[in-house]
Design a binder for this molecule. Structure first.
Ligand code: TYD
Length: 210
């Protein structure tokens, strides 16, 4: 059984990774490729804790003043969730020959946590996370991204602020300027259909020849 392919979609909040992950899975399936979608934070125990921390529900106990978790603790949780996610979901699917499309993966930590705390340490705690075969990055300016988020739902999460997303975007751009990994950079402010088509072309280009 040939091992499947592992593709990650990346971008700041509101860049469209969730929508494009779903569309990519449907497209792969329409081409008789067995594909599954997954995401981070994962649905596992650490991922559930992270979702609580991002919305302010998970905090230190009252005896410790009910303080929010520090950015360092959150970075460790994301790194731990990633190893769980890979072991529980990604690797078993790849071993069965399925293609896996993940809405966020390693580069989210390098960009988000790397923007807020020491980047070398963030890379170090993620050392054991296996790399995807292909990463697709949807680049968009934070203002447009935040307008999209506001139009789609109410309530905001920890990182959904213009100043933070500006730093995170800069971190993504820096990462991909120097990256040796296979990365496709796309304009996330283009129309939904054109981004979908660009992603499909990138997949054909990246995988048809090997
Ligand atoms: P996401 O599920 O994409 O957002 P939403 O709840 O809107 O669907 O991700 C939640 C947030 O977590 C998002 O702001 C990005 C952030 N994040 C990190 O900071 N580091 C990481 O390693 C990951 C995977 C996500």
């Amino acid at each position: 059984m040939n091992r499947g392919r592992f593709i990650a979609l990346e971008g700041i909040d509101g860049s469209g990774t969730t929508t494009q992950t779903q569309l990519l899975i449907s497209w792969l399936q329409s081409r008789q490729i067995k594909a599954v979608g997954t995401s981070e934070p994962s649905g596992g125990p650490v991922g559930t804790l992270i979702r609580g921390a991002l919305t302010g529900r998970v905090r230190l106990p009252d005896s410790a003043g009910g303080a929010p978790l520090t950015q360092q603790t959150i970075a460790l949780l994301f790194a731990a969730d990633r190893l769980d996610h890979y072991q529980a979901e990604i690797d078993p699917a790849l071993k069965k020959g399925l293609w896996v499309v993940s809405d966020r993966y390693l580069d989210s930590s390098l960009a988000y946590q790397g923007a807020l705390i020491e980047g070398d340490w963030v890379a170090e705690i993620n050392r054991y996370a296996p790399r995807p075969d292909l990463t697709i990055y949807l680049d968009i300016d934070p203002e447009t991204a935040l307008e999209r988020i506001a139009a789609s739902r109410s309530g905001t999460e920890l990182f959904e602020r213009k100043d933070t997303l500006t730093q995170v975007r800069a971190q993504y751009q820096k990462l991909y300027r120097t990256s040796t990994a296979k990365v496709v950079l796309l304009d996330g402010s283009a129309s939904l259909d054109s981004i979908t088509q660009e992603i499909q072309k990138s997949i054909e280009y990246a995988f048809n020849r090997d």
